[in-house]
Design a protein around this ligand. Structure first.
Ligand code: MG
Length: 254
């Protein structure tokens, strides 16, 4: 069942979204080669707590950290470590969530550490663009799979693949609510979008095939063929006027 949110509930989720947007600005300024992924996690945890919010992922089904840090062929759910330091030329996906007044907000972006080859930059750009195209479908009367299709069409037109094993989701009093939002599918299917729906849309895109495997830590999902992977995510409210991106501030793009 898809739970519709009241304006008051959406306002709380926007408060969380504002915090995540500010964290991301901060991370863009401080994340660099040589930093350990554990240090990133500590930065984010203290930032979220300073703003009076609660980290959403820490302890969620036993996840041990505030941020999921997924490097290169890691797609999602990488665990921060004091032993893993970022290197020039890597790409790092940072997925973060917080809770304000009992409501969740969820956001992710992928950052290049220093210079990366143009093909890798293209992966990041196409994934980010596919999220924007999906957001534009978040309007009353569109169907859920219109969102999914917008991602797949753009990604595959550029020769990349969309991951099947993980999907976007409704969000609200729980981190993962109905509906599930695949990043692939034929348009015109599934429930009609309605004002008050809040969706976390999160394309996960690879330079190779879409098959995944989970590492022995039980969390980290990597591409089976070792190809690079990117991940971008926003939390969006469907309104009469169209999409309202709750995790965006001042029109900033991820
Ligand atoms: Mg999510």
């Amino acid at each position: 069942m898809i739970v519709l949110k009241s304006p008051r509930e959406i306002a709380l989720m926007r408060q969380g979204g504002d915090i995540l947007a500010d964290v991301i600005e901060h991370l863009r300024a401080v994340v660099r080669a040589g930093m350990s992924t554990k240090e990133i996690d500590e930065e984010v945890e203290s930032f979220i707590k300073r703003r009076g919010a609660k980290p959403a992922f820490k302890g969620y089904r036993g996840f041990p950290a505030t941020v999921c840090v997924s490097i290169n062929d890691e797609i999602v759910h990488g665990i921060p470590s004091s032993h893993r330091r970022l290197q020039e030329g890597e790409i790092v996906g940072l997925d973060l969530g917080c809770i304000v007044g009992g409501y969740y907000a969820d956001c992710a972006f992928t950052l290049a550490i220093g210079d990366v080859p143009s093909g890798v930059q293209k992966l990041l750009d196409v994934t980010r663009e596919s999220l924007e195209l999906a957001i534009d479908e978040c309007r009353p009367g569109r169907r859920l799979s219109d969102v999914s299709h917008a991602v797949q069409r753009h990604v595959e037109a550029h020769g990349f693949s969309v991951v099947r094993a993980f999907v976007g989701h409704g969000i609200g009093r729980a981190l993962h609510e109905d509906p599930q939002i695949p990043n692939f599918g034929e348009p015109g299917r599934g429930p009609q979008l309605k004002p008050g729906m809040v969706l976390a849309i999160e394309p996960m895109v690879t330079m190779g095939t879409w098959e995944v495997k989970i590492l022995d830590d039980g969390w980290t999902a990597v591409t089976r063929d070792g190809s690079l992977s990117a991940h971008f995510e926003h939390t969006i409210a469907v309104t009469e006027q169209g999409p309202d991106v709750l995790t965006r501030k001042n029109g900033n793009r991820l």
